[in-house]
Design a protein around this ligand. Structure first.
Ligand code: F3S
Length: 391
């Protein structure tokens, strides 16, 4: 792999251990994928922020990096952490809050933006055609497919290294030849709601593996529907990008498959594992809510109040929460909680006694049985609210 003189000096350790180890991570990765050079990036988005998924050893590595003077060279945002100060810190054991806070402090020292969201694109939309090093899989699919930016699905360490060096190896989704569609998916049913789009993603992720589909039948999809689709696609497969119908790319010589209503219905049924109809938690906001979703949830709540014995969480970023104060008030007046910085999947719902989670997110329904040891009910937004609220 070709390195410039400056990159070579970093590699040799002339700029200190923190930059050296990050450069070594990037070069190793580049060599694995036959990259010939490093390219500058517009931003990095780092996952592996939650203590629940990270654990102690990676947290020690972060501390060593921060103590050695590691600093982000480009705009670098962070994925959700395992709890939030205002609500979950008070309910969970104190040592967990301390461990999490220590991780956050290391990122802060290194100049990372405390965005703590899986939807960094709502804070600042990356430029079309810009190269990124993003590690949250749902954001990767959204960036490549909806925003027209170019990013591989980074792991936590490679996104961290890219943030500190300001560059990423030039391979995979950074090359035009790897962004061509290679399968045509015809959706033979009108997807009705958020759950339909998510279920389609879960189903296709399993079938497509790492192929790039053109998906026909998404004419009426809102951006939030595409967010659900992408998050789910990335949960069960290695799909990093999809095209919607209307693309001018040639489709006559590629493989074709179709998805029917019964396939989507079956997927939704499979994602609902609960043995009882009443959930302990109704969770909306996976991926974190947009401004529109906050508005929609608040308007649908009206003057209703939460039913006894049910927790109701709406997760979003601090950025969106600040912009949607009146909707936040409405949700909280109902007895619900608008949580920033975290989500149900990356926190310890089991330690809160939550055994059944109802959600409109296929991604959450896919992960909750293993990551939260919870049973799931996957249902559209309106039904989730109906279950959570009286009246
Ligand atoms: Fe975001 Fe948590 Fe879902 S990090 S994509 S809300 S699992």
């Amino acid at each position: 792999m070709y390195l410039t003189k400056e990159e070579e000096h970093i590699y040799e350790g002339d700029y200190g251990w923190a930059s050296q180890i990050c450069m070594k991570i990037l070069v190793r990765l580049g060599e694995l994928f036959d990259a010939t050079k490093l390219i500058p990036i517009g931003s990095a988005h780092v996952s592996g922020v939650s203590y629940k998924t990270l654990g102690d050893a990676p947290a020690e590595f972060l501390e060593a990096l921060a103590n050695a003077g590691g600093k982000a060279k480009v705009k670098a945002t962070l994925n959700p952490q395992s709890l939030n100060k205002e609500y979950l810190c008070k309910k969970l054991p104190e040592y967990l809050c301390k461990k999490q806070l220590n991780i956050l402090n290391q990122f802060e020292k290194m100049g990372f933006t405390e965005s703590l969201t899986c939807t960094p694109y709502y804070l600042e939309k990356p430029k079309k055609g810009s190269h990124l090093a993003w590690a949250e899989s749902s954001a990767v699919v959204y960036a490549n497919s909806v925003l027209g930016a170019w990013t591989n699905r980074e792991g936590g360490p490679s996104a961290l290294a890219a943030a500190i060096i300001g560059k990423t190896p030039d391979y995979g989704m950074h090359k035009a030849e790897n962004r061509k569609p290679n399968i045509l998916v015809s959706v033979e049913t009108q997807l009705q709601n958020d759950v339909g789009f998510g279920a389609l993603g879960i189903l296709l992720g399993k079938i497509l593996e790492d192929k790039i589909p053109i998906i026909q039948g998404l004419q009426n999809a809102a951006k939030e529907n595409l967010k659900q689709l992408g998050a789910a696609l990335a949960s069960t497969g290695m799909v990093n990008m999809f095209y919607r119908d209307g693309t001018r790319l040639k489709t006559n010589e590629i493989e074709k498959i179709s998805v029917e209503a019964k396939d989507v219905k079956q997927t939704i049924e499979n994602l609902s594992t609960a043995s009882k109809p009443k959930p302990d938690l109704v969770f909306l906001g996976c991926p974190h809510c947009s401004l529109n979703e906050m508005k929609q949830i608040a308007n649908l709540i009206g003057n209703r109040k939460l039913k006894d014995g049910i927790e109701f969480w709406v997760c979003t970023s601090r950025f969106i929460k600040e912009k949607t104060e009146k909707y936040v008030e409405k949700i909280e007046e109902s007895g619900g909680h608008v949580l920033t910085d975290t989500c149900a999947v990356v926190t310890w719902t089991d330690k809160l006694g939550i055994k059944t989670i109802m959600t409109n997110s296929a991604k959450t329904a896919h992960y909750a049985p293993t990551l939260n040891k919870a049973e799931t009910i996957l249902a559209p937004l309106k039904q989730c609210l109906k279950t959570a609220l009286k009246g």
